[in-house]
Every structure is written in structure tokens, then in C-alpha cells.
Design a binder for this molecule. Structure first.
Ligand SMILES: *[C@@H]1O[C@H](CO)[C@@H](O)[C@H](O)[C@H]1NC(C)=O
Ligand SMILES: *[C@@H]1O[C@H](CO)[C@@H](O)[C@H](O)[C@H]1NC(C)=O
Ligand SMILES: *[C@@H]1O[C@H](CO)[C@@H](O)[C@H](O)[C@H]1NC(C)=O
Ligand SMILES: *[C@@H]1O[C@H](CO)[C@@H](O)[C@H](O)[C@H]1NC(C)=O
Ligand SMILES: *[C@@H]1O[C@H](CO)[C@@H](O)[C@H](O)[C@H]1NC(C)=O
Length: 452
């Protein structure tokens, strides 16, 4: 493990210095002097390295304390510096016992943070120097996803942590965050879909319901949505799915804290963070579901990972895992089905009053372009992921594999990317239609119980 912070305090340097005096104090030949200098240098280096490691060890700073700080309940909590935003801490013992806090930080301005652990019942407060790891995929924006990682005190199993820029002060004033994933649990579901950001008065109701019903047909039991904002009609649909037990909403009011861009790349427009903080939401979603879900599916609401050789995700993933032992990351190729090109099939009259796209009518996909690589989205084993980006993982314990196009593709129905193509140049691909009857039946059921 590489802990990169500066050494604090010099007290532990004294014992090697004493040894140096004993060894080198009297004799005066050049040879001995040279040996002494080399010895001294190596001793100092060894203790320096040891100190560097030690400086991250939790230290008791108060005894007989009570944990009084208020428990933070919002998804995004700013610290007093207004440069650090805490999403959630997660227990992670895959390497050593750490608390990994998913957050958003200013990549330059946030240099030092401490985890304050309140250990009950012995009433000791420990402070650990955090390792701040700003994810490399920041795309030029000043703020980015970060892991704030702290070694936990031994024999404590803290349930809560506070994050603070100082190793001193009064803990009573600091919000406390629950450390999730503390206790191992059996998986409750096979597949959870993470939708990283719903924003901009989202009102593509028909396509959303169709996507959700497709996820369920393919094997998802849960869909987690990081919701910034959506239309009133959409709220009604979400309420239905929450009551059904399929959807979990994570409020995502990122624009109350930072100037968000709706682009993924920084554009010198004074914005702070890309695409509604999508990357942070995805990382949070993986950790949030690490113990609950065997697989996590990372895609947008207009994307469906469509198996072509198997009836559903479960049989597809069993087969892919068998063929790729040790792989935790499965990457699927994105294909655009433009919403501007329709067929007359499946023009269902009762759906015409519902806002949004009817995906069954869009079965023409754009051909691959020379020199353009189709982006990929993922199904991952969350326990194998350390840090994720949107189209790949940044750090993982297992390998990644590109799933070939004959096994599955991403059906992505949206505005065209190759705008000027005539219809004849598109590839007719009706893979989605295999599911037409159950999809139509399920969508009708939801519509009749929500908005029709
Ligand atoms: C969070 O919820 C808990 C329990 O519901 C409550 O005691 C606490 O005051 C809340 N914290 C804040 C900051 O609202
Ligand atoms: C942080 O932001 C809040 C609200 O945006 C503001 O009231 C406060 O003064 C800011 N604090 C600092 C230290 O900049
Ligand atoms: C949702 O966001 C849009 C712009 O992104 C804004 O115009 C609208 O007022 C917001 N709606 C709500 C209910 O917050
Ligand atoms: C669907 O049917 C309606 C009439 O029922 C018609 O106005 C519309 O153009 C049709 N759309 C497509 C894409 O076939
Ligand atoms: C719709 O699905 C049924 C079976 O569920 C199938 O027999 C039929 O061919 C499908 N329709 C189209 C147009 O593919």
C-alpha cells in the first residue's frame, strides 16, 4: 500500500541517531566515516518510511468521550471547507480493514482530511490520517470523485465516522456518517441496475417504463436511480416502482452544491463537475450494492444490455463467467438505434398519449464506423471493483473482458449520432422483438396502474 502523506513529528528519529553516535562517535578514518554516513542515511530512510506508514495508523486523541455529533442523513453532505462533499462511508476489508468514504473533492484544494472514529463502548476517539485518492477520470473539471480511505482502529469496528480537515478540535460539532457494509450479508438479489443520473425534468416516461420492464424480464430485481429531477408524471411512475419494490431512489441534489455540467468533458464554462456527478454516483452505487447484489449493471435509462444467445442475463452471465474465470468486469458494446427512424409495427394506440419513445418501433441500428470505437457499458461483480468510471473500471481485483457482439449488444435508443445516414444504410435488427409479448403486457399493466 502506498500512503503518500508527509511525516508528522520527528520523535521516533532519535533511537537510530543514538545508535549512530555509539557506532561512529570516536573513530576517524575516511573509510569509517563513509560507512557511518551510509549507515546513518539508511537508518534515517528506514525510520522515515516506517513513520510514513505509521502516520496513517489511528491514534487515540480523546478518552471517555461520548459520540454526540448529529447523524448526517442527506446523500450529499458538504464539509465546512465547501470543497469536500461526503456521499457515504463503506467498510472495506478486501486488503486491510479500512473505511472507504466515497466523496467529491476539489482536486487541488483538498490536501488533508482525517477520519474521526468514535469507538463504543470504550469511549475512545481515534483519528486516522486519510489517503485521498481523486479518481483519474476527472475530464478536466476541478471537482471529481474521490475515495477518502482511512485505516480503522483495531478492536473497534466503528459504526460511524466523521471527516474533518484537522486532527484536533471538537468532535461534537461534526456530522457523523454511518459506515455501511459493516456486516456481511447473503446476496438478496442477482442483478441491480444503477441509473447514475436522472435530471433536466426527465419526462421520457414510455421509454423509461419499457427499459425498466426489459430489465425485469432480463433478470433485474432492483433498479437504483440517482435522481436529480424529473417531471410530475415521472414522479408518479417512480412511486409505483418504489411501492412495487423494484426502484430505490437516491436523491442527488448535486446542483445545490456545485455548478454541474451536462457534458462529460470540461469546456471552460465555469462548471465544477461533469455530467451531474455521474462517476461519483456510479461508484457509490457499486459500494452500496456490494453485499446485496451478485452483479451490478451500469447503464443509462435509454440503454438495455440485450443478450442474443441467451434468454436472460442470468444464463448469459453464467456462461460468460464459465468461459472467463477470474473476470469480474464484463464490457458490452453500445449500438445506437435512432429514435428518428421508426417502423409501423407495434404502433400501440393507447401508448400514443404517453410522453416518450416507444422502443419497439426503433429497430434500425447505425452501422459501425471505421476509426470510431463503440463505447462500452458494464455488468460487474461489485466485490471485484475498487474504482469505476463510466465505460471501464479504473481499479479492480479481477480482469475485464469485452463481450463479443454475437453474445450481446447494448440497445441504445436515442437521437442519432450519424445524422445524415439514409434509412437504407442502417442495419435492421429486431433482437428486441423477441420480448415483444411480455414487454407489451407488462408495460400495459404499469400504465393502467399509474397514468392511464
Ligand atoms: C438524521 O436522522 C436521525 C434519525 O432519524 C436524527 O436523529 C438526526 O437528527 C437526523 N440528522 C439530521 C442532520 O437531520
Ligand atoms: C459554504 O457555502 C455556504 C452556502 O453555499 C455559505 O453560506 C458558507 O459561507 C460557505 N463557507 C465557506 C467557508 O466558504
Ligand atoms: C428541473 O431541472 C430543470 C433544469 O434542469 C429546471 O428547469 C426545473 O425547474 C427543475 N424542476 C424541479 C421540479 O426542480
Ligand atoms: C401510429 O399510429 C398513429 C395513428 O394511430 C399515427 O398517427 C402515427 O403516425 C403512427 N406512428 C408510426 C410511427 O407508425
Ligand atoms: C412477438 O413475440 C412472439 C412470441 O412471444 C413471437 O411469436 C412473434 O414473432 C413476435 N413478433 C415479432 C414481430 O417478432
Amino acid at each position: 500500500m502506498m500512503w503518500q502523506h508527509k511525516v508528522q513529528g520527528q520523535r521516533n528519529l532519535h533511537p537510530p541517531l543514538d545508535k549512530f553516535r555509539m557506532l561512529c562517535g570516536r573513530k576517524k578514518s575516511y573509510f569509517v566515516a563513509a560507512v557511518c554516513i551510509i549507515t546513518l542515511t539508511s537508518m534515517v530512510t528506514v525510520s522515515y518510511l516506517r513513520l510514513q506508514r505509521l502516520s496513517h495508523q489511528p491514534k487515540v486523541i480523546q478518552e471517555g468521550s461520548k459520540c454526540r455529533g448529529e447523524i448526517a442523513n442527506s446523500t450529499i453532505t458538504p464539509l465546512k471547507d465547501n470543497k469536500t462533499f461526503i456521499i457515504s462511508p463503506y467498510f472495506d476489508d478486501r486488503e486491510s480493514k479500512v473505511t472507504r468514504v466515497i466523496g467529491i473533492v476539489h482536486h487541488e484544494d483538498v490536501k488533508q482530511l482525517y477520519c474521526w472514529f468514535c469507538c463504543q463502548p470504550n469511549g475512545k476517539i481515534y483519528v486516522s490520517n486519510a489517503k485521498i485518492d481523486v479518481h483519474s477520470d476527472r475530464f478536466g473539471f476541478p471537482y471529481g470523485a474521490a475515495d477518502i480511505v482511512c485505516l480503522e482502529p483495531e478492536n473497534c469496528d466503528p459504526t460511524h465516522v466523521s471527516i474533518h480537515p484537522f486532527a484536533h478540535g471538537n468532535i461534537d460539532q461534526l456530522p457523523r456518517f454511518e459506515i455501511k457494509n459493516r456486516k456481511p450479508e447473503p446476496f438478496s438479489v442477482d442483478f441491480t441496475v444503477c441509473i447514475s443520473a436522472m435530471f433536466g425534468n426527465y419526462n421520457n416516461v414510455l421509454q423509461f417504463i419499457q427499459s425498466l420492464e426489459m430489465y425485469k424480464i432480463l433478470g433485474a430485481q432492483k433498479v437504483v436511480i440517482y435522481k436529480n429531477n424529473c417531471s410530475h408524471l415521472m414522479e408518479k411512475v417512480l412511486k409505483f416502482y418504489i411501492e412495487e419494490g423494484t426502484v430505490e431512489i437516491i436523491p442527488w441534489p448535486i446542483n445545490s452544491h456545485l455548478k454541474v455540467s451536462s457534458r462529460w468533458h470540461f469546456f471552460l464554462d465555469g462548471t465544477d463537475i461533469g455530467y451531474y456527478g455521474q462517476i461519483t454516483a456510479l461508484n457509490d452505487c457499486i459500494y452500496r450494492n456490494m453485499q446485496r447484489s451478485k452483479f451490478v449493471v451500469l447503464n443509462d435509462a435509454d440503454e438495455i444490455i440485450l443478450p442474443l444467445k441467451h434468454p436472460n442475463w442470468k444464463t448469459m452471465m453464467s456462461s460468460l463467467q464459465e468461459q472467463n474465470p477470474g473476470t469480474g468486469i464484463f464490457l458490452f458494446e453500445n449500438h445506437i438505434f435512432p429514435e428518428t427512424v421508426s417502423t409501423h409495427m407495434f404502433n400501440i394506440s393507447s401508448w400514443n398519449t404517453v410522453p416518450g419513445v416507444n422502443i419497439l418501433q426503433h429497430v434500425h441500428r447505425e452501422p459501425d464506423r471505421k476509426d470510431v470505437i463503440n463505447p462500452r457499458k458494464m455488468i460487474v461483480d461489485p466485490q471485484k471493483v475498487i474504482q469505476t468510471s463510466v465505460h471501464s473500471v479504473l481499479h479492480a481485483y479481477g480482469d475485464s473482458v469485452n463481450v463479443p457482439m454475437d453474445v450481446a449488444l447494448i440497445y441504445h435508443c436515442r437521437k442519432p449520432l450519424q445524422r445524415d445516414l439514409p434509412r437504407e444504410s442502417l442495419v435492421r435488427d429486431t433482437a428486441l422483438w423477441r420480448y415483444n409479448s411480455s414487454l407489451i403486457m407488462n408495460v400495459n399493466k404499469v400504465l393502467s396502474q399509474t397514468i392511464l
